[in-house]
Each structure stands twice: as C-alpha cells, then as structure tokens.
Design a binder for this molecule. Structure first.
Ligand SMILES: Cc1cc2nc3c(=O)[nH]c(=O)nc-3n(C[C@H](O)[C@H](O)[C@H](O)COP(=O)(O)OP(=O)(O)OC[C@H]3O[C@@H](n4cnc5c(N)ncnc54)[C@H](O)[C@@H]3O)c2cc1C
Length: 480
C-alpha cells in the first residue's frame, strides 16, 4: 500500500516526487512511457518566463512568478543548467505598441524587472532585429533551462530518497473503495492518495473515477525548427512577438547548449499523441520569425520537432483536491508557463498534502546531485586526468557534440539511467548535433547493449517497438 501514487513523470510529477521524498512516505510514480520527461516536458521552448504574460488573478501568473524566482537556486542545487539571459517582447506596429505598453504596466505591477527600449537600443543588444521593430520590452529575469535535465535530476533525488519509479505502467483504470486501486496495463497498486500529473491525458485519468468531470483537455501543437551552433549567435536573448489570444506567438530562443529554436506554432489537434511536423506548421514558423529577425540561416536547420500543450477548458492551471474524491489531487491543464511554474506547482501541491496529513519530515535529507564529468566543459589537463583514470573518457563517440564513451556509460548507470538511444541523447546529447546521430547512433546502440547485457536487436531507439535492428543478416560462421 502506498501513501501517494503520482501518475505521470513529466517535470511536474518529477518535482512533486522530489518534494514528497522529504517526508516519511511511501511514494510511487507510475509512467506509461519507458523514460521520464517524454510528454510536453520533452518538447517545448525551455523558457523560464518572467511572469509578465499570464492574466491577473490566475494561478498561471502567481506560480510563474514564484517559479521564476525558485529556479536559479534549484538548478544550482541539482547541478543543472540555468541561464538568466533575459528576453525582448518586440512590437512592429502602433497597435502592438499599445499592447506592449499594457504588458509593461502588467510586468511593473508584478515587480518584474522591465524596461522599454527603442529600436536603436534594441539593435545594440540584438543586431539582427528587423527594421520593422519599433519598440521592445526588456525582461532581464527571463531564463532558459534544459527541461529534461531538470526533470531527470528531480527524479534521481526522489529515487535516492526512497521514491519508487515504475516505467511502462500505463494507468488504465482507477477504483475508489476505502482506498484507491490503480490499475495499469500490467499491474495493480493500492494507495491512500493520487496525484494526477498526466499532462494531456489528465482529464482522462480523472474521468476514470468521476465521469461527471467538469473540465477537459485538448492538445495544442507547437512545431519548431532547431538551428545548429552558429559562429555568431543569431540572438542573445529570448525574442517574443507581442502575444495574441493564441499565446505567446512564434519565438526565437537560444538554448542552453548554443542552438537556436524557431517556433512554436499553436494549433489545436484531435489526436493528443500526434507530434509529427507539418508543412503548413513549419511554413507558418518561417513566415512569423522573419518579421522579427533578419537573415535567419535556414540552411543551418538540423532538426524539426513538435510538442503538445495540455490546454484546459478553464484556461488556467487546475490544481485542486477533487471535491468528490478526498485525496485525489488534479494537477491538470499545465500548459505554458508550466515549465517555469513547475517548482511552485509542486510546492503548492505538497503543501496541500502536508497541511492535511502532517507527515513526518525526514531528519536527514541531503540533495546529492549528479556530478558526472562533462568532458567538453573541461580543460585539456582536466580531461587527461579523467582519461588516465578511465580510458573510456578518451573515446569520442559523438563528434558533433563531443561526447565520450565514458559519459554515455555514466548516463546508462545513473539512478534514473538511460535504457534507450533517445534516453542517452536526452541525458548526455550524442545525436543532438549536426549529424543527428548519423555517426554515433550505431556506437551508442552497441554501448547500450553491452552495458545493459542485452542483444543489439533488443535496443530501442525510443518507445516500445522502436527496435532499430530486426535480425542478423550474417552469422559468425558466414562472416569467417
Ligand atoms: C510547444 C510547447 C512549448 C512550451 N514552451 C514552454 C516554455 O517555454 N516555458 C514554459 O514554462 N512552459 C512551456 N510549455 C509548457 C510545458 O512544457 C508544460 O507545461 C510542462 O512540460 C507540463 O509538464 P507535465 O509534467 O504537467 O506534463 P508532461 O510533461 O506532458 O508529463 C505527463 C506525463 O504523464 C504520462 N502519462 C500520461 N498518461 C498516463 C497514464 N495513463 N499512465 C501513466 N502515465 C501517463 C505521460 O507519458 C507523460 O510523461 C510548452 C509546451 C509546449 C508543448
């Protein structure tokens, strides 16, 4: 019997797992995928927004502001990337200037650092800004993170402090007796409390016990281009257009690893699992980004991707204990700024639980962050020290991102370790570069097979069924 079952291991479920692990509780995380951070947390703009955009009085506004203030120290503690690079919201017409002034006042009323810059001032900081731009709102508290690094780091702390993570466990039914029975595709668990963090499927999870559910969630797709590392950065800060009723618009975003994201679109779709790119979506991105920034090098695009926002009918986050079902907490409709708000969402949910149940806090609780070496950030002398101790740190696997065999082996054997090629890519980046895995993917596959004691045919690219190799075409006796 568990005290708490968390359904969904996106950034929200991972933060809640970490924060609950401070207490003497038996906590289980059930995730339908074969890794953590596979939903919206996998595919987004990675921005820790300042909190200027959400409407007054919403949970989005409150938790975004709070989350933005929490991230820097959390990332330091977890040894994760966090860069407070600042952002511009750029207006290109009189109408947009009017809206920008309203945004400016809203930001001021929330004590968010903000300044209006004219075109000349903006050009000093962002030389590629289009001549169409007339005014910019400078928001220096905006940051960027590497989202799945944070989610994985949270889950590792949770596991370290006793939380159980079970992957490949799709929750298919929930029954309420004295306690909750949670039925997954291949098992059954009992718990006193459920925290529903199932992203775009959170409405379907709640519907399992309450068919009279008063909210629903649709998926709003966002498509992106990724640019390779450029010799001269295209932009130094996050670039937003003036927001519209559809959201924050199409952005230009530097990433923590020196790439640039162009996107996202914002279109509601019927199939919540569809994360394909479309011709129309990508063309829309091209049109929109060209209005703000000149000379975008589309010949440097190395990848496209898409993610789906869980958009709720209430247009705000839904964070509440269900009225009819005691100890069933919905943490639903966590669309943007869900990433920026995640630590504050977790704090809110955990406070609700702790205030009601008053669990014992663990006497000894130490954050023990992952400090595996990142060779490409070290001096040659430091690298040599690592290679002397372990020659695997001297074998380059990913030439684009400069990732060694030793780092991949570390990623596989971490607490919440990688079991697939995508899992390795998420943790230490082979395949994230210009060749997109063309050179390193077969080598990563071999390393996974060796370290996990599996055959090469069993190694997955990503989710179940994505085996890259089907069968041997030559056997040892034929080869000789
Ligand atoms: C295009 C796009 C851009 C965005 N940009 C930003 C941004 O720049 N800044 C920002 O703050 N926010 C942004 N967001 C929003 C942010 O990504 C989300 O708010 C956040 O990732 C939500 O996290 P989550 O944990 O709630 O959901 P998810 O990450 O979707 O996790 C839900 C998990 O539940 C699991 N699950 C679902 N059903 C079941 C089941 N039946 N059984 C077991 N497990 C289940 C899923 O597999 C998944 O792992 C963006 C989102 C998108 C899509």
């Amino acid at each position: 019997m568990f005290d708490v079952i968390i359904i969904g291991a996106g950034i929200v479920g991972c933060f809640i797992a970490k924060d609950l692990s401070r207490y003497d509780l038996k906590v289980l995380v059930l995730e339908k995928g074969n890794d953590v951070a596979i939903g919206a947390t996998m595919a987004n703009s990675a921005i820790i927004h300042s909190g200027h955009d959400p409407l007054d009085g919403t949970l989005k506004a409150k938790l975004n502001l709070e989350g933005n203030k929490m991230y820097e120290s959390i990332c330091k503690e977890l040894n994760c990337s966090f860069n407070r690079i600042g952002a511009y919201v750029l207006a290109t017409s009189d109408e947009e200037v009017e809206q920008l002034n309203l945004l400016f006042k809203r930001a001021q009323s929330r004590d968010i650092p903000c300044v209006l810059h004219n075109k000349d001032e903006i050009k000093k900081h962002e030389p590629h800004v289009s001549d169409e731009v007339v005014l910019g709102l400078w928001l220096p508290s905006t940051g960027i993170i590497y989202p799945w690094e944070v989610a994985i780091a949270c889950m590792e702390q949770a596991i370290l402090h006793g939380v159980e993570l079970k992957l490949n466990q799709e929750v298919i039914d929930i029954k309420k007796e004295d306690i909750y029975q949670v039925i997954t595709s291949n098992n059954q668990y009992q718990t006193k409390c459920i925290v529903n963090c199932a992203g775009v499927y959170a409405d379907e999870i709640y519907k399992m016990i309450d068919p009279s559910i008063n909210f629903s969630i649709t998926a709003r797709k966002g498509e992106y281009f990724v640019l390779d590392h450029l010799q001269q950065p295209l932009v130094h800060h996050v670039i937003y257009p003036v927001p519209s009723s559809k959201g924050k618009g199409v952005l230009i975003v530097p990433t923590t690893h020196g790439n640039t994201l162009l996107g996202p679109t914002s279109f509601e779709i019927d199939d919540k699992s569809a994360i394909n790119n479309t011709h129309a979506g990508l063309n829309y991105v091209k049109d929109q980004v060209g209005k703000l920034i000149d000379h975008i090098p589309f010949d440097k695009v190395i990848r496209t991707f898409a993610g789906n926002r869980p958009t709720g009918t209430t247009h705000d986050f839904i964070i509440e204990e269900a009225k009819l079902f005691s100890d069933f907490y919905n943490v639903a409709a966590i669309e943007s700024p869900g990433l920026a708000s995640a630590p504050a969402i977790s704090k809110m949910v955990v406070s609700m639980y702790v205030n009601k149940h008053n669990p014992e806090e663990k006497k000894e609780y130490v954050i023990n962050a992952n400090h595996d070496p990142k060779l490409n950030e070290l001096t040659i002398e430091e690298k040599n020290e690592f290679v002397k101790k372990n020659p695997q740190y001297g074998r380059m696997i990913c030439r684009c991102e400069k990732i060694t065999e030793g780092e991949i082996v570390d990623a596989i054997h971490r607490l919440c370790g990688a079991t697939t090629i995508k899992g390795v890519k998420k943790r230490v980046r082979p395949g994230m570069g210009r060749c997109q895995g063309g050179f390193c993917e077969p080598l990563v596959l071999d390393i996974l097979a060796r370290e996990l004691h599996k055959t090469e045919e069993e190694i997955l690219l990503d989710d179940l069924g994505s085996n890259l190799l089907v069968e041997r075409t030559k056997h040892d006796d034929e080869e000789s």
